[in-house]
Design a protein around this ligand. Structure first.
Ligand code: 2AL
Length: 243
């Protein structure tokens, strides 16, 4: 099967890291195609960044449809453009936040999230409510590291994430930690060892869930709101979406 892993930001080093993490857990015979949009923000740390990145995600799904794709993963913890992407394809589309929340809920009654910045933590809290997972999450914590610090200084970022995860372990009464950024995909095992709790990372969780859905021949429902969007003209910069 062919999985298209979309890093919604335009930082190629992060796309490579996400692709490597996906490949490390993929089944033999699963092809991993890791991509990022040509246009958009270099990192996603605000509602505005998310809005722009969602357009890039949709473009990458359209490109995936043209070349044949069995499932998509949106590899940013805000799951930008998730529902729009689902409208554009019959293939399953999985966001890394929803994948991580669901996987965590299967192995721990309560978990905490450790994300990058406090302001992106608000997005995670909104998603927990949207997905009906809020009562499984004790606390969304931030290590207060910018997303690109994970690229520039991974050792310093690792130490801050571990500090926050250890605080979560001491104070939150939880059974597991969810990592709240696609750029943390290479740190999972190291963090789990340092913290002594199961650590769920969204890219790998989403790959495993995507493979399961493809094996079960379960596709995005086209009955109701996730049906293909109605054809209509689009103006100006978005004329390419006219049908
Ligand atoms: C993210 C992410 O996963 N990638 C990115 O650019 N921003 N979200 C986050 N919470 O840090």
């Amino acid at each position: 099967m062919r999985l298209r892993i979309i890093n919604p930001n335009t930082t190629a080093s992060m796309t490579d890291k996400i692709g490597a993490a996906a490949l490390a857990v993929a089944r033999p015979g699963t092809e991993i195609i890791a991509v990022n949009p040509a246009s958009g923000p270099v990192s996603i740390e605000s509602h505005f960044d998310e809005a722009i990145a969602a357009v890039g995600v949709c473009d990458e799904v359209r490109a995936g449809e043209a070349t044949g794709t069995d499932a998509y993963v949106i590899a940013c913890f805000g799951d930008p453009g998730l529902y729009a992407a689902r409208e554009l394809t019959r293939a399953p589309v999985i966001g890394i936040a929803e994948a991580a929340f669901h996987m965590a809920s299967l192995i721990a009654t309560r978990f905490s999230v450790v994300t990058t910045l406090g302001r992106t933590g608000i997005v995670a809290e909104r998603l927990l409510h949207e997905y009906g997972m809020a009562n499984r999450c004790r606390r969304v914590r931030a290590a207060e590291i910018p997303v690109l610090a994970l690229e520039r200084n991974p050792q310093a970022a690792f130490e801050l994430i571990v500090e926050e995860a250890l605080r979560a372990r001491r104070e939150d009464g939880i059974g597991a930690i969810v990592l709240g950024c696609g750029g943390m995909a290479d740190l999972t095992e190291q963090i789990a060892q340092a913290v002594g709790l199961p650590v769920i990372e969204g890219v790998t969780a989403a790959v495993a869930l995507a493979e399961s859905l493809v094996t079960l021949k379960l596709q995005t429902s086209k009955h109701g709101d996730l049906d293909f969007p109605p054809a209509k003209p689009f103006s100006g910069d978005f004329a390419r979406y006219s049908r």
